[in-house]
Design a protein around this ligand. Structure first.
Ligand code: PCA
Length: 323
């Protein structure tokens, strides 16, 4: 074969592959590129691309750049985007099951969080399917801990302090502590602190690092009270519209992403606490009085959740305790 013929063959191969059946999916996500959840999703998109030889190409639009966090679920439901990610507890007003991972101290370790996910996954998946959405995978944030501007040992010191909340549970917890909550998206944390809207928060060391908490708080109190999860879901009709090979590639990549994401999350806890300390924050354990008050609040919030979630909530907690 002449060189010219070989080059012509290469040119045909390059143009022909994507030209006959390429599906491109835009994927809105709420958190920034430096966040491990986003990195895990990028790896998921790479896996899908590799497994389908590029016939399904997912473009990740991170940090709320395509749709704001609060619009992502409905955008995917309405087919404006085929696939997306949100914080699961954002949907708690639709169904209490979405808030089961945000009850302080119900499941505060990775093993417990895994057991809680095993006990609640089907109910979450059914609630999404009822809206034409298919759950793909879910990954927890590291344990939620306090970021403050002073050393707090007595819970009374928190009275009246303004507080950044990110869902109903964090707002409720703040109220029970006598604090003043305001909802702020993760990407807006630095501005909310620098403009004086808030002076404290509870979040993971990951979000503490990605939002450079040392610029506006000084004390990290390592309570690790719960592990809220992000979930990744797809418009069910869009999933059904793929070829069988593509659909299988998505489902296999999702399973791998869930396992990888949980590993990344576990590893983050220590490295990101160390990063906070290296950046100058005081890292401390909660005092007995603070720990006791937070655990009381956890009990209150657990019974409030159960009241709302009724029998199906009770069944989840029973299955969790049996795990
Ligand atoms: N980071 C997200 C949700 C939980 C977390 O650790 C946030 O602070 O908005």
């Amino acid at each position: 074969m002449t060189i010219r013929a070989t080059l012509a063959g290469v040119a045909i191969a390059l143009t022909a592959a994507p030209a006959f059946a390429q599906t491109t999916w835009d994927m809105p996500t709420p958190y920034g590129d430096a966040v491990f959840h986003t990195q895990n999703i990028m790896a998921f998109a790479d896996d899908v691309r590799a497994a389908t030889d590029g016939s399904l190409d997912i473009t990740v639009h991170s940090a709320g750049s395509l749709f704001a966090h609060g619009q992502i679920k409905d955008s995917v439901r309405r087919g404006l985007a085929p696939i997306g990610e949100i914080l699961m507890s954002q949907l708690v007003n639709e169904n209490p099951v979405f808030g089961v991972d945000s009850i302080p101290f119900l499941a505060a370790s990775y093993d417990e969080a895994e057991a809680l996910w095993a006990a609640s996954r089907e109910a979450v998946s059914d609630a999404l399917e009822a809206q034409g959405l298919t759950l793909l995978f879910s990954v927890p944030w590291p344990g939620q801990s306090l970021f403050l501007r002073e050393e707090v040992t007595d819970p009374a010191q928190l009275q009246g302090v303004s507080f950044r909340a990110y869902n109903n549970a964090t707002e409720r917890m703040a109220q029970l502590l006598g604090m003043i909550p305001t909802q702020v998206e993760a990407g807006d944390i630095p501005t909310a602190f620098s403009t004086g809207r808030v002076a404290s928060m509870i979040t993971s060391p990951s979000t503490g690092v990605s939002s450079q908490a040392w610029d506006y708080t000084s004390h990290y109190i390592d309570v690790q009270a719960w592990l809220p999860k992000n979930m990744i879901f797809v418009n069910s009709a869009a999933l059904q519209g793929l070829t069988e090979e593509e659909r299988n590639a998505v489902l296999a990549a999702a399973e791998a992403a869930e396992a990888r994401g949980w590993e990344m999350s576990r590893a983050e806890t220590d490295t990101q606490i160390a990063a906070l300390e290296a950046a100058g924050m005081v890292v401390m354990q909660p005092s007995e009085a603070l720990a006791a008050r937070l655990s009381e609040i956890g009990e209150i919030m657990a019974s409030e959740w159960l009241e709302q979630a009724g029998d199906s909530g009770a069944a989840i907690l029973e299955a969790f305790r049996a795990e």
